[in-house]
Design a protein around this ligand. Structure first.
Ligand code: NAD
Ligand code: UDP
Length: 319
């Protein structure tokens, strides 16, 4: 039986990856220090013989007994309010954490895939963003702690590939949404849905003309799965190219939830990228992958998940 280590397993994406690899017949070892994750996301796996969970901070030495075939390194705060609250941990998990996991991959002869991000492009001057664009990041701006950690993560991963022959894969993930996002993680999808369900006005940062392109989680997981088993070592964008302004997105959520909320405007966070849209030509060519689930369908599924949360959980998330 193949054995896979998934870091960030109790988080949004990590928990969906655990489900996918359990369903594919793998022995899955989940690792997480729960700094932004929640055990609830994986508790349905605890009864399974082929799921293990290690409560561990990957910036400390990582040890896993036995053989390992694959490593997926997804541990890292991912939402702007999280990484602004824990900036040093964010830098450490992208740098020291990634170093530890690359060392483990080398030791175990395992293939490792690391979760990079569209944030390596910063506030992009090229649109849409393809993998050859070097990016426009303010190293010392508030988002620099995340963006530069991820840029370092890519560099050290390529260095382990080039100098140590480790089998590496790099995915650049664009804004992804779906069940198991935290209502209070500050990202725009749970923020707007939570506000609509609580009967609050939706908070648009800036004038709402900035754009994002939202990918449903099942599509992303399929892209990551294909990349892991491909031969391709250079970064690959995975995201949904369907771009929308944040103002139009707020209107969509108001319609979807059937509420009569209004929008209110708040200041745009510093260095908030003005536009973002993945160029997925490379993913189409090397992985034969493209997203299948449109925003209408994906948002409906996501809303159903949030509607099932208790009133207590819904109101706990106000901020
Ligand atoms: P998340 O916050 O839900 O999950 C991250 C998990 O990592 C959490 O469970 C957290 O407790 C864990 N973690 C953080 N630091 C750790 C440490 N030092 N040791 C062990 N565990 C640690 O976030 P997510 O949305 O699931 O993101 C997962 C990965 O995907 C991150 O690396 C993120 O940068 C990347 N990513 C996500 C998106 C997105 O849209 N969701 C976009 C781009 C990149
Ligand atoms: N945003 C917003 N209102 C909110 C939360 C976010 O207008 O309540 C905006 C935010 O400024 C950004 C976009 O929505 O322009 C996406 O933000 P998110 O935090 O989801 O992701 P990221 O900025 O990392 O792409």
């Amino acid at each position: 039986m193949k054995r896979i280590l998934i870091t960030g397993a109790a988080g949004f994406l990590g928990s969906h990856l655990c489900d996918r690899f359990i369903n594919e017949g793998y022995h899955v070892i989940g690792m997480d220090n729960l700094i932004t994750g929640d055990l609830k996301n994986v508790e349905h796996l605890f009864k399974l013989e082929h799921f293990e969970f290690y409560h561990h901070d990957v910036t400390k030495f990582v040890y896993v007994p036995g053989k390992l075939d694959y490593i997926l390194h997804f541990a890292s705060p991912a939402s702007p309010i999280d990484y602004l609250k824990i900036p040093i941990q964010t830098l450490k998990v992208g740098s020291l954490g990634t170093h530890n996991l690359l060392g483990l991959a080398k030791e175990k002869n395992a293939r490792i895939l690391i979760a990079s991000t569209s944030e390596v492009y910063g506030d992009p001057l090229v649109h849409p963003q393809n993998e050859d664009y070097y990016g426009n990041v303010n190293t010392i701006g508030p988002r620099g702690v995340y963006d530069e950690a991820k840029r370092f993560q890519e560099s050290i991963t390529m260095a382990y590939h080039t100098y140590h022959g480790v089998e590496t894969r790099i995915v650049r993930i664009f804004n992804t949404y779906g069940p198991r996002m935290r209502l209070n993680d500050g990202r725009v999808v749970p923020a707007f849905i939570g506000q609509a369900l609580r009967g609050e006005d939706l908070t648009i940062f800036g004038d709402g003309s900035q754009t994002r392109s939202f990918c449903y989680v099942d599509d992303l997981i399929e892209g990551i799965y294909r990349l892991l088993f491909s031969d391709y070592v250079y970064p690959v964008n995975i995201g949904n190219p369907n771009e929308i302004t944040i103002a139009d997105f707020a209107e969509e959520i108001i319609k979807l939830t059937g509420t009569d909320q209004k929008v209110i405007y708040k200041p745009l966070p510093v260095n908030d990228p003005l536009q973002r849209q993945p160029d997925i030509t490379r993913a189409k060519e090397v992985l034969s992958w493209e997203p299948k689930i449109g925003r209408a369908e994906g948002m409906k599924k996501t809303l159903e998940y949030f509607k099932e949360l208790s009133q207590e959980e819904l109101h706990k998330s106000e901020h």
